[in-house]
Design a protein around this ligand. Structure first.
Ligand code: 5GP
Ligand code: MN
Length: 326
């Protein structure tokens, strides 16, 4: 049975005794990152602190665009010189903070994360790679500091967990503690039904058609062990959507018999390609380690990288690299 390790007293004391905090998360924030930032923000507010939220964005996906105004895009010098504590959540290395990484340089930094790869950083760290989400790590902090979890906070904690567990799909045997924590949140007033609507609903028709096109474009390599799909710049004009199609795309492509690795290539601009990776439950391929070879990172089964190469070249490099692992 898995148990969360105790949180260092030094970290707890810092949170108890300091007055001003900035809560940061990784660029292109996803559900777990934003929910962790919100839950950490509420925790510090409940402890009576002055708290700021910051994230380099972008906030253009429909499900998060309304949050843009709550987050600072920069740390101004007045704030920096008050010497706040930087609390970084769901972020495996300083470069994943985008331009904010340099802007908090020199501040006392505490990192709460669950990524298995990356670069150790921060003055203090509480890293639990076996935690399904960073929000469940923040939940441990609520318990350790004996702060009440309101229904609203419980929703943030559950949402991050739902995002990173594929709504319970990626939880393994003997990880009952994850379900028990989720059950506690449901007893605090979270409706998994409402959370699912929030996670998967509200999309445009353009989004669904875009997803269909990406499925249609998928190709298989190495006897079906690798499946890829790509999106080029011109898709932006054809399919008007700011949403990431990837999660459903990965689910569809991973459902193909015999597939081990799925890679999605997205041309961000000429010569810059975003790459998303997933590997199947049965596969031994560690896509986090693979992404690291290309300057990215993530987890064994889900990872990403941004490669400064043309999309055609990036595809070639990645197909070759996967071939060596299969
Ligand atoms: P997603 O495909 O959902 O954006 O990302 C899957 C996982 O890979 C997440 O845990 C995310 O934090 C990580 N990830 C995605 N892109 C990058 C990247 O460019 N660098 C690093 N280090 N991790 C990434
Ligand atoms: Mn996460």
């Amino acid at each position: 049975m898995f148990k969360y390790p105790p949180i260092d007293d030094q970290i707890l004391d810092l949170l108890r005794t300091k007055d001003e905090f900035i809560v940061l998360g990784h660029v292109s924030p996803d559900g777990d990152c934003l929910s962790s930032q919100m839950a950490m923000y509420s925790l510090l507010l409940k402890l009576g602190k002055t708290v700021h939220l910051a994230n380099a964005g972008p906030f253009d996906r429909s499900e998060i665009s309304h949050l843009r105004s709550d987050f600072l895009a920069h740390i101004d010098s007045e704030l920096y010189h008050r010497n706040p504590i930087a609390v970084v959540v769901d972020c495996s290395s300083p470069d994943r903070l985008g331009h904010l990484g340099a802007e908090i340089d020199g501040l006392t930094t505490v990192v709460f994360d669950h990524h298995s790869s990356g670069e150790q950083f921060g003055t203090y760290r509480y890293i639990v790679p076996r935690s399904v989400s960073t929000t469940l790590i923040i939940m441990q902090l609520y318990k350790a500091l004996d702060v009440e979890i309101s229904q609203e906070i419980a929703e943030h904690l559950f949402f991050g967990f739902a995002t990173d567990s594929g709504f319970f799909r990626f939880i393994n045997a003997y990880r009952g503690e994850t379900l028990r924590l989720a059950a506690e949140l449901v007893d605090l007033g979270v409706s998994p039904n409402v959370m699912n609507d929030r996670m998967t609903g509200g999309k445009s028709l353009g989004y669904v058609k875009y997803l269909g096109k990406l499925i249609d474009r998928s190709e298989s390599y190495y006897d079906g062990k690798l499946m890829i799909s790509s999106s080029c710049l011109s898709d932006r004009d054809t399919y008007i959507t700011t949403d990431k199609p990837s999660d459903l795309l990965y689910t569809m492509l991973l459902s193909v018999k015999g597939v081990e690795v799925v890679i999605f290539f997205k041309e961000l601009e000429m010569g810059v390609t975003e790459v998303g990776f997933r590997s199947s439950h049965q596969s031994t391929v560690d896509v986090g380690a693979l992404a690291e070879q290309f300057g990215g990172g993530g987890h064994k089964k889900a990872a990403g990288a941004t490669v400064h190469q043309k999309i055609s070249e990036t595809r070639k490099l990645l197909i070759e690299a996967v071939g060596k692992l299969l």
